[in-house]
Design a protein around this ligand. Structure first.
Ligand SMILES: Nc1ncnc2c1ncn2[C@@H]1O[C@H](COP(=O)(O)OP(=O)(O)OP(=O)(O)O)[C@@H](O)[C@H]1O
Ligand SMILES: [Mg+2]
Length: 345
């Protein structure tokens, strides 16, 4: 199927084109369900609405990103691309997503599972080869990896310029992140020297929960500045996914919270201010988003901390205003990212 009419990849770059500034980011984790797809979709939504040309490549046979980006049709998928493996062949599999802006997709399908076993030497380079001359037509390429460090994730790491490790504030976070970072280091030392760790993002953070703050502190102790910060736990994320729209378009305080954090994450990933978070209206003193706990225990703790929370929110706003526009300061800015204070106890 040809997509010459819509795809930026259909226009060959002029020979004198400046060196590509495309960021190719792989979102990975060893553990399932921590939010890789949500982070990819969230960052993609932020980037596309800011006018960037974005390509999402779904490397997970579960095809969750594909389902949410909802392309009209996808005759060729990542499975076909990896099977074929010819230089530049990925262009043939690009389809427009149903989201606004230039947000293209290479869809996945369950058959991709067959590509999760290494067919032999050099198999980890198939995606990189297939993307030859394709990725540079976009500002941002995002790989949504499956929950393992196997062949599909390895293909992503060999094709990427940076790797974003996604984790949750749980007991296993440090161990899981360490394994993912190690996998990134191995690939950057053996085969893809362009690959850098973009950092670790801690998804589904709830600052009101002491154990979340503790796990965040553990991660910081272990990984220092590699920990970019937290993304808040907001029910707007699954709600927007269910509606197959970017979370940036969902109307709730929770959606505004997470959109802001995702904007900051995007700025960090591309190394410049693409989304100006000062223009995002976030009412952090409104408790609405925080009355959407996912666990009964969170509910209890939330009630207990109700008065204290209001004070905390004011502090969070102050931090937000102070650090806005510094793409490097996601860690300090994200409203979810706050360490234990006497007010939390
Ligand atoms: N910040 C968030 N707040 C609330 N819910 C979230 C958040 N991030 C992810 N979720 C929800 O958690 C579930 C798992 O997220 P997601 O599918 O993104 O994880 P994943 O790491 O891609 O999973 P898998 O490993 O199976 O691919 C989804 O239902 C998603 O909507
Ligand atoms: Mg996923």
């Amino acid at each position: 199927m040809s997509h010459a009419s819509h795809s930026p990849s259909a226009t060959p770059a002029p020979e004198s084109a400046p060196e590509s500034t495309t960021q190719i980011v792989a979102a990975l984790s060893l553990k399932g369900g921590v939010g890789k797809t949500s982070v990819v979709l969230g960052v993609a939504g932020a980037a596309a609405s800011a006018g960037l040309k974005v390509l999402v490549i779904d490397l997970d046979p579960q095809a969750n990103a594909t389902a949410t980006l909802n392309p009209e049709s996808a005759q060729f998928t990542t499975s076909d691309v990896l099977y074929d493996g010819r230089p530049g062949i990925a262009a043939d599999a690009i389809v427009p997503s149903s989201w606004e802006g230039t947000l293209d997709l290479i869809a996945s399908e369950p058959a991709l599972e067959h590509r999760s076993q290494s067919p032999g030497t050099g198999s980890e380079l198939r995606l990189r080869t297939a993307l030859d001359g394709v990725a540079s037509n976009y500002d941002l390429v995002l790989f949504d990896c499956p929950p393992s460090l196997g062949e599909l994730t390895r293909n992503a790491l060999y094709a990427a310029t940076s790797a974003l490790v996604v984790t949750e504030p749980t007991f296993f976070a440090v161990q899981g992140a360490a394994q993912a970072i190690e996998a990134v280091q191995v690939v950057s030392e053996h085969g893809n020297p362009e690959l850098k760790p973009a950092g670790i993002v801690v998804n589904r953070m709830r600052n009101t929960l002491e154990d979340h703050r503790e796990h965040m502190a553990d991660l910081q102790k272990e990984f220092g500045k590699l920990v970019l910060g937290g993304l808040p736990d907001r029910s707007a994320v699954p709600q927007a996914q269910g509606a197959q729209i970017p979370v940036q378009m969902w109307k709730s305080n929770g959606a505004a919270d997470i959109s802001k954090a995702l904007g900051l994450l995007l700025n960090r990933l591309v190394g410049k201010t693409v989304v100006n978070v000062t223009t995002t209206t976030v009412n952090l003193s409104d408790s609405t988003p925080r009355t959407e706990p996912t666990e009964a225990s969170s509910e209890k703790k939330l009630k207990k901390n109700k008065t204290k929370k209001k004070k905390a929110s004011t502090q969070e706003i102050a931090k937000t205003v102070d650090l806005t526009n510094k793409p490097e300061s996601l860690a300090n800015l994200t409203p979810t990212y706050r360490f234990t204070t006497s007010e939390d106890k």
